[in-house]
Design a protein around this ligand. Structure first.
Ligand code: C5P
Length: 297
């Protein structure tokens, strides 16, 4: 018997970052949109906890107990007094260390899959609480769609979305560490007053109306200057996507994946082709959103 869960990546259409808190985290106003790039997490009974991974970036994925999928299985097993004897296999399509919450997706996927495999019958609220313990972006991977995350980003309110948005994602040649990007944000912010992070009304309205032009005019990522400071070559990728016809170009989350909002699916294909040929990224992919969160097959 095995259970497979499909989990989407995310892009942050707005990532407003406040000052560093005493616990080292930052208060956020984080507007998440789930997009159609997926990891698949399959769990099956085994003699002991084991993680395997397949896909183009598989070599960069840790297979020990630091993997968020392993941590999710251990957390659920500990709560239920179950031995976590499970083989977790991740078919990875979301870029690793890319700012698209791929590790978080695997955590949410493994949690949902183990819940089904073990028949633990955890409530949605309990699953969300475990997700929040695992990481700031993990609850959103479970719920999908679009949501505003506050606190560390883990306290979610679902958002209405009135249409489909067409994106291109350009994968970079190397990853970026999220803590390093937040540290660079703090360094760049030194001596400046950092306002409270708030979601922009215009941006929430653009999502609700499904208005691509209005969304393109309001997307914003406060981590972008920090990501560009650590990875200056991303500026050329952003320019190449804009030149190819994207309505907006931004760094996805903490990067280094760059995200391009386009008018429609055909334009997205054109922009992806131009980015792939530009020599400014490793690969470019199209994906639309919103899509559903973690789902058992
Ligand atoms: O929550 P998660 O473990 O995914 O966060 C990874 C790192 O990103 C944290 O250790 C912290 O350095 C940074 N972070 C932050 N503020 C947030 C979320 C993450 O500073 N709200």
């Amino acid at each position: 018997m095995s259970v497979t869960v499909r989990v989407p990546a995310k892009v942050n259409v707005q990532l407003a970052v406040g000052a560093a808190r005493p616990d080292g985290f930052h208060d956020l106003a984080n507007v998440f949109l789930a997009v159609g790039l997926y990891d698949e997490v399959t769990v099956a009974p085994a003699d002991e906890l084991r993680v395997t991974c397949a896909g183009p970036d598989a070599a960069q994925v840790p297979l020990d107990r630091t993997n968020l999928a392993a941590r999710a299985a251990l957390a659920l097993a500990a709560r239920r007094g179950i031995e976590p004897k499970v083989h977790i296999h991740i078919d990875k399509d979301i870029p690793v260390a890319g700012g698209m919450a791929g590790g978080s997706a695997d955590g949410a996927g493994a949690l949902l899959a183990c819940d089904a495999l073990w028949g633990t019958g955890a409530s949605r609220a309990e699953l969300l609480a475990i997700c929040a313990e695992l990481g700031s972006d993990v609850p959103f991977a479970l719920v999908g769609g679009a949501a505003l995350g506050v606190g560390r980003g883990e306290r979610l309110t679902g958002l209405d979305v009135g249409g489909t948005f067409h994106w291109v994602f350009a994968m970079a040649g190397r990853g970026l560490s999220t803590p390093a990007v937040f540290r660079e944000f703090d360094r760049l912010a030194e001596g400046r007053e950092i306002p409270e992070p708030v979601a922009a009304r215009e941006l929430l309205d653009a999502l609700a109306k499904g208005d691509t032009d209005a969304l393109a005019a309001t997307v914003a990522n406060d981590l972008q200057p920090a990501a560009l400071s650590l990875f200056p070559e991303l500026a050329a990728t952003l320019s190449a996507g804009r030149a190819a016809g994207a309505l907006a170009a931004l760094v996805s989350g903490s990067g280094p994946t760059t995200a391009f909002l386009t008018r429609d699916a055909a334009t997205a294909e054109k922009v992806a082709g131009a980015l792939s040929a530009s020599g400014t990224c490793r690969a470019a992919r199209t994906a639309a959103g919103p899509v559903a969160g973690a789902t058992v097959f």
